[in-house]
Write a protein that binds this ligand. Structure first.
Ligand code: SAM
Length: 265
């Protein structure tokens, strides 16, 4: 097999996503929304890609699904295994890449991804792999961030300060229904979109920013790449604080996400 041109990029992602662990508290409620949106039922064979610490994987297993999780980050997978053990759920977690899934064709009834596959540099590869391991008639369901809402706008800001790796698709395009329809094409039918709201407690824009700077890979990258340019870093922080303040009400940051569900033809 030809060498992956994004192997260096993925090695960096593998390390930087390892800091994401504290964010699981805030991705836990949206995981329940995704699992409900996907219509997961007892006995379904479910694969959760970009599973992180397993919030959606455990939510699927709690409904009686036979769930497996896959992620790039060994640190997050270790936590996912601890989470499953604590909850008394038998889940197989595997280190791997959504662009090259280590599963058989048509092995799953449902494939989910909560804010995960959107970080793969080649969306066409991620889609083709997620659909390959899904049986015909099975459900593909994922959550992504709309570009016009908080998280999408934050990604756009991050992209101005730490430009994406050449050739890698911007993650926020996954938040656009027209792009999703185009990427899934005629491999699926019965596409259904739903919006959800994730709430993150924060006392001030600065509190939320500091939390994200130390735990979310795209922000970690900006801080790292501007560390020798304090004025640029200060400019980034000022812009981010002002963006956060637009969505911070009642001591909670309001982040809308988009759930997509489709049936493989
Ligand atoms: C925003 S986190 C979401 C984690 C989890 N699904 C949740 O909702 O808490 C993104 C996850 O995608 C994973 N990821 C990024 N690129 C990936 C790839 N190419 N293959 C598999 N996982 C990937 C990261 O390691 C990280 O765990």
């Amino acid at each position: 097999m030809a060498e992956d041109p994004f192997s260096g990029f993925k090695a960096a992602q593998r390390e930087s996503w390892g800091l994401f662990l504290p964010v699981e508290t805030f991705t836990t409620p949206p995981a329940a929304v995704l699992v409900r949106h996907a219509g997961i039922q007892a006995g379904d064979r479910v694969l959760d890609v970009g599973c992180g610490t397993g919030v959606a994987t455990l939510s699927a297993a709690a409904r009686g699904a036979i769930a497996k999780g896959l992620d790039l980050s060994p640190a997050l997978l270790e936590r996912a295994r601890d989470n499953a053990e604590l909850a008394g759920l038998a889940i197989e977690f595997t280190e791997g890449d959504v662009e090259n899934l280590p599963y058989r064709d048509a092995e799953f009834d449902v494939v989910t991804s909560q804010f995960g596959h959107m970080f793969a540099p080649r969306p066409e590869r991620a889609v083709s792999e997620m659909l390959r391991v899904l049986r015909p008639g099975g459900t593909l369901a994922f959550s992504t961030w709309p570009p016009e809402m908080f998280m999408g706008r934050m990604f756009a800001l991050v992209g101005r300060y730490a430009p994406p790796v050449e050739g890698a698709a911007p993650p926020l395009l996954w938040g656009r229904p027209d792009t999703i329809l185009e990427r899934l094409g005629d491999h699926v039918k019965d596409v259904v979109f739903e919006r959800g709201l994730a709430l993150t407690p924060a006392l001030s824009p600065q509190h939320f920013r500091i939390f994200m700077e130390s735990s979310a890979a795209p922000l970690v990258k900006v801080v790292e790449s501007t560390k020798d340019d304090p004025a640029r870093l200060a400019g980034f922080r000022a812009e981010l604080d002002s963006l956060i303040s637009l969505y911070l009400h009642d001591n909670q940051l309001h982040q809308h996400f988009l759930c997509t569900r489709a049936t493989k033809v």
